[in-house]
Design a binder for this molecule. Structure first.
Ligand code: ADP
Ligand code: MG
Length: 591
């Protein structure tokens, strides 16, 4: 039941190519039947030889029958190739359509979704799950039609020549079938899911591990500092060993039975010929010994096909796990922001699986053109607050308004044109710098892009690169530091020129030159715009129009630097600490 619905859904992805899939099954089954014909001709060859023995010169049809065997063998292969061509055309279409559908859906999801699930896992789901269906549709289903047609043809053949031997050679087959269905029953479906979960988790942790490898090296840590990664490997190992042990016995029985058909035949022949051997019996026995390996082959094919069915079922449910995620609701009554103000009223927000609110009853109004800095202890909710303004997530309670309009009522494209986000870890794609910047505004001219890069203080970067602005980022020998990458992503935001800006200030810079340039780029960018800045170093907030101190998801205090630093509160304490650290730094460099 479940299998049918999965297959049906796979074929829906194929669209008009669905008929090619069905054609591939028919051709493949036909090829299986044609492939049996050579065995009939071989039987004829053996029969003739036995009939004329020992006067071998009397043979008449020997070469004709031999050639017929070859002709049908070749025909079977050609028909099979035709079947595979059909199945591949359809399978690639299914794979492409699945990826497109998943990606289209991901685009409609809340922006925060990637953070939650991990990009490694998303890649695995979209890429590998759809690839799993490719093997299934392109190879396993036609092979299954082939494998199913073979026994039908074989049974007919076996029973025609000598029904006793025929039945005997089917006995081990039946036993192997029973064992196989025990092995691949319901329990296996669950196992397969566990297997894929363990594998998925390991791949996810591996991605995190590679990301953090610089930390490991810097601090001379061992692999064991990545406990979760190690745990996921241990977990996988434990699973695989348990699984293998589980299958030890059924697999042993299966292999023995399937390979033992021919032993059964020999034993039976000894019993049946105790009264003397006839030419006809000898002929049939030899024939059965030739033909029984096909049964083995067929069974193995069927077994792999059923195993993969589970992989496909699992792949489909993984794709579904993405497709079932709620997209951000799009408004039916779009409204347009009247100005560049940002207003949060009574906003509470909680991450999906958390127990407590990351933001608690936040109310804050930011005037058009005002520069507001958010400061506070790590984990206080600054990034969350900023993400909510850009509608990476929808709030649980309260409302977020831009230009007097609830962000839920602003069409998605318009919201993206209104709010820009500069992340701490800016991501550049593996394409030229020009194209990387152009992403923000696809119809921008080269001149516009160069101007944006100039304003973002990127001139020195372009000068040192071999092909200037056309240099491909990430190509061989092209290395950009974190600060340089951030300046290029500032150019991107500069080009987009959205009136509301959210800046997540970088926590640390490798060199002061870069820091100064990034700051300069920020100040060009921020001119005339409403700015929400998450500040990690207090030196950059003193000039802000207003400072908002955030702690434990609540607004602890607001005011200008002048007002807050003299007040007995968290900010004054942070300021004292900051100055102490700054003095210490100066002290060290003077020493
Ligand atoms: P800040 O930027 O001030 O350091 P954050 O906004 O990043 O603080 O985090 C606020 C709280 O929300 C923290 O308790 C953090 O653990 C939690 N949090 C942040 N991002 C996520 C997420 N994607 N899923 C679940 N919890 C999160
Ligand atoms: Mg943060």
């Amino acid at each position: 039941m479940k299998k049918e619905s999965n297959l049906k859904r796979l074929l829906e992805y194929a669209g008009g190519y669905k008929y090619l899939t069905i054609a591939s099954w028919i051709l493949s089954a036909l090829s299986a039947l044609v492939a049996l014909l050579p065995f009939v001709y071989i039987w004829k060859v053996i029969k003739e030889v036995l009939d004329v023995a020992p006067n071998y010169g009397d043979v008449q049809d020997l070469s004709h029958n031999g050639w017929m065997a070859v002709v049908f063998a070749v025909a079977a292969i050609l028909i099979y190739i035709a079947a595979l061509i059909c199945s591949h055309l359809a399978a690639f279409r299914v794979q492409a359509n699945m990826r497109t559908k998943a990606m289209r859906h991901i685009v409609t999801l809340p922006m925060g979704f990637m953070d939650g699930i991990g990009s490694g896992k998303v890649r695995k789901i979209v890429y590998e799950s759809s690839a799993a269906t490719e093997t299934y549709l392109a190879h396993q289903l036609p092979d299954k039609a082939n494998a199913l047609a073979t026994p039908v043809g074989l049974i007919v053949l076996l029973l025609i020549f000598d029904w006793r031997l025929g039945l005997l050679s089917l006995l081990p087959v039946a036993a192997a079938f029973v064992i196989m269905s025990v092995m691949t029953g319901k329990r296996m479906a669950k196992k397969m899911e566990e297997y894929n979960n363990a594998l998925g988790q390991m791949s996810n942790e591996a991605v995190e591990y590679v990301r953090g490898i610089s930390v490991v090296k810097t601090f001379g840590q061992s692999v064991f500092s990545f406990r979760r990664f190690k745990e996921s490997i241990d977990n996988y190992e434990k699973w695989v060993i348990a699984y293998t042990k589980d299958l030890r016995f059924p697999m042993m029985c299966y292999t023995t039975l399937v390979n033992g058909i021919f032993a059964v035949l020999v034993a039976a022949a000894l019993v049946m010929t105790s009264g003397g051997v006839t030419n006809g019996f000898l002929l049939n026995l030899m024939y059965y010994i030739i033909i029984t390996p096909i049964i083995t082959l067929t069974l193995t094919k069927i077994m792999y096909a059923s195993e993969n069915k589970l992989i496909v079922a699992d792949a489909m449910s993984r794709i579904d796990s993405i497709l079932e995620m709620e997209p951000l609701p799009e408004t039916d009554h779009p409204k347009h922001p009247k100005d560049n103000s940002v207003e949060l009223s009574g906003v509470s927000f909680r991450y999906k699986d958390d127990e407590r609110n990351a933001l608690e009853n936040i109310s804050l109004t930011i005037r058009p053109g005002e520069h507001v800095a958010f400061v506070g202890p790590s984990g206080g909710g600054k990034t969350t607050l900023a993400s909510i303004v850009a509608r990476f997530w929808d709030v649980r309670e309260g409302s977020v308004k831009i230009g007097g309009v609830n962000v839920k009522d602003i069409p998605k494209e318009e919201l993206m044109d209104t709010v820009s986000f500069v992340f701490q870890d800016s991501k550049l794609l593996k394409t030229s710098i020009l194209e990387n910047v152009r992403m923000a505004k696809p119809d921008a001219s080269r001149g516009e892009i160069l101007k944006a890069l100039h304003d973002a203080q990127c001139d020195d970067i372009l000068e040192k690169l071999p092909q200037g602005v056309d240099t491909v980022v990430g190509a061989k020998g092209v290395y950009l530091s974190g600060g340089e990458q951030q300046r290029i992503s500032i150019a991107r935001v500069m080009l987009k020129n959205a009136p509301v800006l959210i800046l997540d200030e970088a926590t640390a810079f490798a060199d002061p030159d870069n820091e100064a340039k990034v700051q300069a780029a920020f100040s060009v960018l921020a001119k005339g715009k409403t700015v929400l800045m998450i500040a990690h170093r207090l030196s950059t907030v003193t000039g802000a129009d207003r400072i908002v101190v955030i702690k434990d998801g609540k607004i602890e205090d607001t005011g200008t630097h002048g007002q807050l630093k003299d007040k007995d509160g968290l900010y004054a304490e942070m300021w004292r600490q900051y100055n102490k650290a700054a003095k210490w730094k100066v002290g060290v460099s003077n020493a």
